[in-house]
Design a protein around this ligand. Structure first.
Ligand code: ZN
Length: 286
């Protein structure tokens, strides 16, 4: 099944597919094992930095290998591609979903390039995700409350979003209705469901939720009921990875074989992914 069919299935059956970032092979292993345990479809994704580090061909090949080994569907998403070039390269390398974030471009230029991406991607039956609100925050652990991020950020305007989706011809719209990237020490992330309802009505396309780390589970479940079908998760996995690695290194100062050090690290990330799959309702859908 192609990405579009998986998203359609998610919409019909009211679940969301987790889009989990990979920055190394250990994270990849953790996601694949979690998906296999839960019999869940998953999207693995790479941000510009992660794509550069992993190299796009490796991301695609690892996805194919793990998908075959664990007998689970793994779709590959370019997360926050920053240029036309980024997006076309990913499509060429074999990514299934392309997210073009035009945050660094003037709107008219972004729209023109996005249309080019849509044309190239649709030619290969790939999906394209766009955004106009430049979802605040970054995939890190922040001090303070998420609400401070909103002081400089605007949430999605449903009418503008509807026009944008129609004009660009995109498949997925990254909605911004109280979600922010990253985890906040004091919490403070609150989704605005009335706004999400209006966005769903105005856009009439697939909707993604960025910043899936740090939002209370019951709010995420409610958002899925209202039409969210793709949820991006990064920070909580990075946090589990780093904290566990630090601990294992401290506890085993004489161990030098990384493959002996890393199993607890993989396990910690896997647990996060398994929990997300449960919350997203995608278990047993593979
Ligand atoms: Zn994002």
């Amino acid at each position: 099944m192609k990405a579009r069919e998986w998203l359609e299935k998610a919409k019909q059956e009211q679940f969301a597919i987790g889009a989990f970032n990979v920055g190394n092979i250990e994270t990849f292993k953790a996601i694949a094992q979690a998906a296999a345990n839960k019999k869940s479809p998953v999207i693995i994704e790479s941000s510009p930095g992660e794509t550069k580090w992993m190299e796009p061909e490796n991301v695609v090949d690892l996805a194919k290998n793990y998908s075959a080994e664990y007998q689970i569907p793994i779709l590959v998403n370019l997360d926050h591609g920053e240029s036309l070039q980024d997006c076309l390269l990913a499509a060429e390398a074999g990514y299934d979903l392309i997210h073009f974030d035009g945050g660094k471009l003037p709107y008219e230029q972004y729209l023109a390039q996005l249309k080019q991406v849509v044309e190239a991607a649709h030619h290969k039956n790939l999906t394209v995700e766009g955004e106009i609100d430049h979802i605040a925050g970054s995939s890190e652990v922040h001090t303070g409350s998420a609400s401070t991020q909103f002081q400089t950020a605007q949430m999605t305007n449903p009418q503008k979003a509807g026009q944008f989706v129609k004009e660009a011809g995109i498949d997925i719209f990254a909605a911004f209705f109280g979600n922010v990237h990253g985890v906040y020490a004091e919490g403070g992330e609150n989704l605005h469901f009335d706004l999400l309802r209006q966005i769903a009505q105005a856009t009439n396309c697939f909707l993604s939720l960025h910043g899936g780390s740090g939002i209370p589970d019951d709010q995420v479940k409610e958002a899925i009921k209202l039409g969210i079908v793709k949820i991006n998760v990064n920070t909580e996995m990075r946090q589990a990875f780093k904290d566990t690695l630090q601990k294992v290194l401290q506890d085993n100062p004489q161990e030098y074989a990384m493959y002996k050090i890393e199993p607890p690290v993989v396990e910690a990330v896997q647990k996060i992914v398994e929990h997300k799959i449960d919350v997203f309702g995608s278990a047993d859908k593979a």
